[in-house]
Design a protein around this ligand. Structure first.
Ligand code: SAM
Ligand code: DTB
Ligand code: SF4
Length: 320
């Protein structure tokens, strides 16, 4: 989609915008179903990169300790619990610049993926940069989707990160697409970007071929010690407008209301679901930051008559 079209959609009067987005949502999705994704940091902290929002960069004193890669056994324990709690997607994240074929730590992650994929949840990983050989190995091990966010507009990206480029991010996404994995790609708002930057980010996402399978929209969680620790919270109506615009521009993508829900009211979240968000991270913790508790989300779902989305047919567990 062109930037001018996105600008036009975004500028529609608020109620018209969210009604239109709701209409698009109902054409493509079963009403009231929201995907529950559990996130697990399998390798926390000590990252070489300088992403200005991230508590896991070794360049900032954030209080996050560098830990070793979790064992397959420990990951499986969390994954089993997530499955029992109704999660249909399990996303494992690593604080790495990227992964290389043959690296023993990458081999270990492949082994973990093989085990987790037997549980029947959609498996997603976010391990940083990769090229085609690594992408093919991940796909063969059972990964459905690879999360790699572009995070903001190309212009704003270099104000937030200096150790890799926006083009590096796009190259990884291309490798993921070539290997036949789904692309989970979105960004963060609240990093000092303009409305135009947000729409330029969306322009890039809408021009992916194939389209992204899911689009996480994160609100910056200002992590103490990072350069962005003082950023003001995102205005809820700006977030809802962006979600509605994303829903209209990418009707078939799962739009994930991602980081930052701890600072949103229940009413704000309800508006975001109405406007087309249909996926959340479920569980008390994101990677290092807090997420609303499982009990709070269960209550919210009950009050809004939302139900967990069923998993898509997962080859390893599928009986059909
Ligand atoms: N190292 C890998 C990478 O950079 O792609 C994977 C992990 S990284 C933490 C995954 C994503 O988490 C980032 O691209 C960013 O969108 C999101 N994220 C990290 N810190 C955040 C924060 N403080 N607030 C909101 N989103 C954040
Ligand atoms: C995404 O877009 N958001 C998630 C997931 N993909 C990996 C990460 C959010 C991280 C929030 C900050 C933290 O927990 O440190
Ligand atoms: Fe490292 Fe990813 Fe955090 Fe950037 S966002 S510092 S690459 S863990």
């Amino acid at each position: 989609m062109q930037l001018s079209e996105l600008q036009e959609i975004y500028a529609t009067p608020f109620f018209e915008l969210i009604s239109r987005a709701r209409g698009v949502y109902l054409e493509h999705w079963t009403g009231n179903e929201v995907q529950l994704c559990t996130l697990l940091s399998i390798k926390t902290g000590g990252c070489s990169e300088d992403c200005g929002y991230c508590a896991q960069s070794s360049r900032y004193s954030t209080g996050v300790k560098a830990e070793r890669l979790m064992s397959t056994e420990d990951v499986m324990e969390v994954a089993r619990r997530a499955h029992e709690n109704g999660s249909t997607r399990f996303c494992m994240g690593a604080a790495w610049k990227g992964v290389r074929e043959g690296d023993p730590r990458f081999e270990q992650v492949l082994g973990t993926i093989r085990e987790v994929s037997k549980l029947g949840m959609e498996v997603c990983v976010t391990l940083g940069q990769l090229s085609e050989p690594e992408a093919r190995q991940l796909k063969a091990a059972g990964v459905k989707a690879y999360n790699h966010n572009i995070d903001t507009s190309p212009e704003h990206y270099e104000k937030v990160v200096s150790t890799h480029t926006f083009d590096d991010r796009l190259n990884t996404i291309r490798a993921v697409q070539s290997a036949g994995m789904d692309v989970c790609c979105g960004g963060i708002i609240g990093m000092g970007e303009t409305e135009l930057d947000r729409l330029k980010m969306l322009e890039v996402l809408t021009n992916f071929d194939p389209s992204p399978e899911s689009v996480p929209i994160n609100c910056l969680m200002p992590m103490p010690g990072t350069p962005l620790e003082q950023q003001a919270p995102v205005d809820i109506f700006e977030l809802v407008r962006l979600i509605a615009t994303t829903r209209i521009a990418l009707p078939k993508a799962k739009v994930r209301l991602s980081a930052g829900r701890t600072r949103m009211s229940r009413e704000g979240q309800a508006l975001a679901f109405f406007a087309g968000a249909n996926s959340i991270f479920y569980g008390d913790k994101l990677l290092t930051a807090q997420n609303p508790g499982v009990d709070a989300d269960r209550d919210l779902f009950r009050e809004l008559d939302l139900v967990p989305q069923k998993p898509e047919c997962a080859p390893a567990a599928c009986g059909c």
